[in-house]
Design a protein around this ligand. Structure first.
Ligand code: CO
Length: 230
């Protein structure tokens, strides 16, 4: 007896073909997605399903806690292929509330090898700790999910791939979204970057939406510098 997933696959392929007889022939020729999705590997956040997109419409990269590291050749190669060959016009970095990776980074919970990967999220926490430490635990985790997305949007925008695309005059926007497991809704974190000269300011404005302990009068100049993208 075939595995349940293979049985499911047969049924899906048949139903898809019945609905749109040219579907597989068309997609087999080439993919032409307008969107790239960089999300968490979490099984509850499937890019296509929650955005109502068919196969062929979104190019996807996922890892633990949707992190884009400057030296991660896997993520950078995927972004490069998406931007230079597929010419996607939008890259969405999508975090999600209730992310176990973000929670582990926030709480210092050991999970194993992945702790080393999650150091990147822990670094985000440290950079913005004055905006996090005074919050209630649940709020800390939710806000760190958002801040992690904002940081990764900055990392994508500052990557050589995206900088080169903008220098060529290519139309390309980088967005930051967060997904709610409880209601299935995506929230736009208003950190969209589509030109190199706006990156630092958009990042800074997004982070400043989270109040520091002591309110807006609190930040000293050197502390503000600690939180800047450069
Ligand atoms: Co997650």
């Amino acid at each position: 007896m075939p595995h349940r997933l293979l049985t499911n696959n047969r049924a899906w392929a048949a139903a898809t073909h019945a609905r749109d007889p040219g579907f597989f022939t068309r997609l087999a020729q080439q993919q032409n997605p307008r969107y790239m999705w960089i999300g968490c590997a979490d099984s509850r956040v499937p890019a296509n399903e929650i955005t109502g997109l068919d196969p062929g419409e979104v190019f996807v990269h996922r890892n633990v806690a949707n992190v884009v590291v400057h030296s991660d050749l896997n993520a950078l190669s995927t972004i490069q292929f998406a931007v230079e060959h597929l010419k996607v016009e939008h890259i969405f970095v999508v975090g999600h509330y209730g992310c176990a990776g973000v929670r582990a980074a926030m709480r210092g919970i050991r999970v194993g090898l992945a702790d080393n990967w999650l150091r990147h999220v822990h670094d985000v926490r440290l950079r913005h700790r004055k905006r996090l430490d005074h919050l209630q635990p649940q709020e800390q985790e939710d806000i760190l999910c958002e801040m992690n997305v904002i940081e990764q949007v900055g990392n994508v925008a500052l990557s050589t791939v995206v900088q080169d695309a903008w220098a060529r005059g290519q139309t390309l926007s980088v967005h930051g979204w967060v997904y709610g497991l409880r209601d299935g809704l995506l929230k736009d974190l208003q950190v969209t970057m589509d030109r190199p000269d706006m990156v630092v300011q958009v990042f800074s404005d997004a982070i400043k939406r989270y109040p520091r302990q002591g309110g807006p009068t609190a930040p000293a100049a050197d502390e503000a510098h600690d939180e800047s993208l450069y």
